[in-house]
Write a protein that binds this ligand. Structure first.
Ligand code: SAM
Length: 279
């Protein structure tokens, strides 16, 4: 590693610009270069905090191309900060290939933690937080979204999703269809911004709330959905074993070994596998 620089992964506000931490401010001011998802967007944040910094755009369409260039700079001893438009980089945001490559090359990577919409929503949802499952954005196409939801419907963990204004209603409709009307949900909209709203109720009530008021369809959303209460412990343990096995051996072997260990149906495991892959 010698005198190589550090890649800082810096979280920035998800709405309220005052949520930039003191250390994030310091790091962004002091690094040689700030890689931004969108330089114009980051310029607003920098201006609000009177930060002078050299920025360069770095997003999913050019990140592979700029990878070697960034690695070269880090090896040369320069410090780089990676920021996204909002929240924590890499969380449903660009940056994964950059961090993976920096790690592969043994370079220093250091987090400057801060805002994240999923954790912010979860923290105020009143739902169990000891285990949760972050799914990011569901597929945009309804059939595939339903498949993804089916694979999650028996999961006992609290489920956290990101959703956009164009799909919030369709997404809630699919959730009602797959998970039933009565599941508890919290819809967190425009958190930390002027129009911050939280709706707590059942999936059916949330759908009605969003459907009947166009203003409630505007902005950015996090959906926190209660985990399944309808848990068959044998099936849960079988799924956990199957998931571990299938990352190492072929699906048919994984099914065979799971069915030898637990009394669960082969067809049900295959169906779950198909639903998860969306095949
Ligand atoms: N990296 C970000 C993070 O750490 O939260 C997430 C980026 S992702 C491209 C953007 C999505 O996050 C939005 O579509 C929305 O689902 C969610 N989100 C971001 N800011 C939000 C806010 N202020 N209120 C509600 N949801 C938000």
């Amino acid at each position: 590693m010698g005198n190589s620089g550090t890649l800082y992964v810096v979280a920035t506000p998800i709405g309220n610009l005052s949520d930039l931490s003191g250390r994030a401010r310091e790091v962004i001011s002091e690094v040689d270069l700030v890689l931004c998802e969108d330089t114009r967007h980051t310029a607003i944040l920098l201006r609000a905090h009177a930060i002078m910094a050299k920025t360069r755009s770095f997003h999913e369409h050019n990140e592979d191309k700029l990878l070697n260039w960034a690695m070269h700079r880090l090896r040369d001893g320069q410090n780089i900060a990676l920021v996204s438009d909002a929240g924590t980089p890499l969380i449903s945001d660009p940056g994964f290939p950059l961090v993976r490559e920096a790690r592969k090359q043994g370079l220093r990577v250091s987090p400057v933690p801060g805002p994240n919409a999923a954790v912010a929503a979860l923290s105020v949802s009143g739902m169990p937080t000891h285990r949760f499952c972050f799914e990011g954005f569901l597929p945009s196409q309804s059939r595939r979204r339903q498949n993804a939801l089916q694979a999650l419907q028996n999961d006992p963990r609290t489920l956290v999703f990101y959703e956009s204004s164009h799909r919030i209603e369709a997404c809630l409709k699919d959730m009602v269809g797959v998970m039933g009307s009565d599941r508890p949900v919290m819809v967190g909209r425009e958190m930390t911004k002027i129009h911050e709203t939280f709706f707590l109720g059942t999936l059916e009530e949330a759908l009605h709330f969003i459907h009947s008021d166009d203003n409630q369809k505007k902005g950015e959303f996090v959906l926190v959905v209660g985990g399944s209460q309808d848990v068959d412990p044998e099936w849960q343990r079988a799924c956990e074993l199957f998931d571990r096995l299938s990352s190492a051996i072929s699906p048919s072997e994984a099914v065979r070994m799971t069915c030898e260990t637990f009394s669960v149906s082969r067809q049900r495991l295959y169906r779950r596998m198909t639903e998860q892959t969306g095949a």
